[in-house]
Design a binder for this molecule. Structure first.
Ligand code: GLN
Length: 486
């Protein structure tokens, strides 16, 4: 097995026993990138020189006997809506194509402190709005399992680099499914943490009450290791980050499923969900039963409202968050404007793509006087009802098992003409953000076209440990398959 095919945990052991160096590993992943990137197109930018210099530093520290964290020396890619000091952070938008932040996101500082080696920035749907990476204004990313198919979105670049062997780890962000759905489409593991447990300082905001940064990896154990690096309160920079004890998730991994109650909500297995997807997830439930878990059928009756609630709330917040891009302070500015209003209008019309403009219009509409009560206020009330729906379910079960998306990865171009159909693809993931809960996605099979199927485990607030334990149990029972595609 080549180095680029291994999990971060395996690589960590090899680094610690000094069988390999971080420089060697970093060279290996860049060689792999050179081999596949023309096909995959997952990176917006890479910096091999900086990565090798960083890797050499870590090797020196190790040689000097310094105590290093488990992921020290491991390459990692970062979604390009997360600020990296001195390196362009584009949000895959013409608006920020030349934006170079003068500060790091808190999570980037954390990666640096723990000695990870940042390889580059990954493609996404513009401002993280989308489900296929096709809304990127900069490039097309292809699914490593079949380059005619989308990698999912919006963190499609982060999912694709992990699936293609370009890095063992990546960071994504998830507002309505953007870590989980691309993880599912590309056959990798993705964790959307509980709202407020990872600092969002330096994450370019899409919908602030829903956005969350999280890990993407090749195994559940790797996701736990990276989650441990990313989590933690950030009182100086993110007032929504929650001050509490963040115990190591990795240290407490326990795959014992005896007596664990797993809920199957009937709303997630009916109409609109591809039969092959349903079957794979129901088969996974049987694996759990075989491991001693109790399978409980339950109902989340408000599930059908999640999609409209999500698109109202997220668009409302997006319209407000994106108001700062006005052509004056930073970002794109039109070449020629008659007056200030004309400058705003032209800058925003020329630099935002159609999907971003659609969300801004929708969001402005639902917040406007006369419609605020009818749409936005109602959606907020419905959000509370969805939270209550989940709270009731978690009185009966420890975790909930569902599909991640109604289908596997579709062909590039298949849904671009029909935004509503694209939105429908988010049906299984958005309620998790609406309720602020953690969600773990991992591979559970393939469809008849050999495209990966991902299952989603949803936990109660701060229930990451339960999710990762259940994820590990499944992974151990079924084995890791096809770690790297292409
Ligand atoms: N696909 C969803 C959307 O388009 C979710 C995006 C996200 O999580 N950033 O809004």
């Amino acid at each position: 097995m080549e180095l680029y095919q291994k999990t971060a945990s395996e690589l960590s052991s090899l680094l610690q026993s000094k069988e390999i160096s971080s420089v060697e590993l970093t060279k290996a992943v860049f060689a792999r990138t050179a081999q596949v990137e023309d096909t995959v197109g997952a990176y917006i930018s890479t910096d091999e020189e900086a990565a090798l210099a960083r890797a050499a530093q870590i090797d020196e520290k190790r040689a000097a006997g310094e105590e290093l964290s488990p992921l020290a020396g491991i390459p990692i890619a970062v979604k390009d809506n997360i600020c990296t000091k001195g390196t362009a952070t584009t949000c895959a938008s013409k608006m920020l194509e030349n934006f170079v932040p003068f500060y790091n996101a808190t999570v980037v500082d954390k990666l640096n402190e723990e000695g990870l080696v940042i390889t580059g920035k990954t493609n996404l749907d513009e401002f993280a709005m989308g489900s296929s990476c096709e809304n990127s204004a900069l490039q097309t990313t292809r699914n490593p399992h079949n380059p005619a198919h989308v990698p999912g979105g919006s963190s499609g670049g982060s999912a694709a680099v992990v699936a293609a062997g370009e890095t063992p780890l990546a960071v994504g962000s998830d507002t309505g499914g953007s870590i989980r759905q691309p993880a599912s489409f590309c056959g990798v593991v993705g964790l959307k943490p509980t709202y407020g447990t990872v600092s969002r300082y330096g994450l370019i905001a899409f919908a602030s009450s829903l956005d969350q940064i999280g890990p993407m990896a090749r195994s559940v154990e790797d996701a736990a290791l990276l989650a441990d690096v990313l989590r933690g309160a950030d009182p100086m920079h993110d007032s929504t980050s929650i001050p509490r004890e963040y115990d190591s998730l990795h240290a407490k991994l326990d795959p014992d499923m005896k007596g664990v109650r797993i809920g199957l909500p009937k709303e997630y297995f009916g109409e609109g969900i591809d039969a092959e997807v349903s079957k794979a997830v129901l088969d996974a439930a049987e694996v759990y039963r075989g491991l001693g878990a109790e399978i409980v059928e339950l109902s989340l009756p408000l599930s059908k409202y999640a999609l409209p609630i999500y698109y109202i709330l997220s668009s409302a917040e997006a319209s407000s968050n994106l108001a700062r891009f006005d052509g004056v302070k930073y970002g794109y500015r039109t070449q020629k404007a008659d007056d200030l209003i004309d400058l705003y209008v032209k800058s925003r019309s020329e630099a935002f793509g159609p999907e971003v403009q659609r969300r801004i219009m929708l969001g402005t509409y639902v917040l406007s006087s006369g419609y605020y009560d009818a749409y936005y206020k109602k959606a907020r009330a419905a959000q509370r009802a969805i939270r209550a729906d989940y709270a009731k379910a978690f009185e009966q079960v420890d975790v909930i098992l569902t599909p991640t998306a109604p289908t596997t990865a579709y062909q590039i171009g298949e849904k671009t003409d029909d935004p509503l159909q694209m939105y429908m693809g988010d049906i299984c993931t958005v309620s998790v953000n609406i309720a602020g809960l953690p969600g773990l996605v991992q591979p559970c099979g393939f469809d008849s076209g050999r495209m990966p199927i991902g299952m989603q485990l949803i936990g109660p607030r701060f229930g990451e440990q339960k999710l990762l334990n259940a994820g590990l149990a499944f992974e151990r029972a079924t084995g890791l398959t096809d770690l790297v595609a292409l």
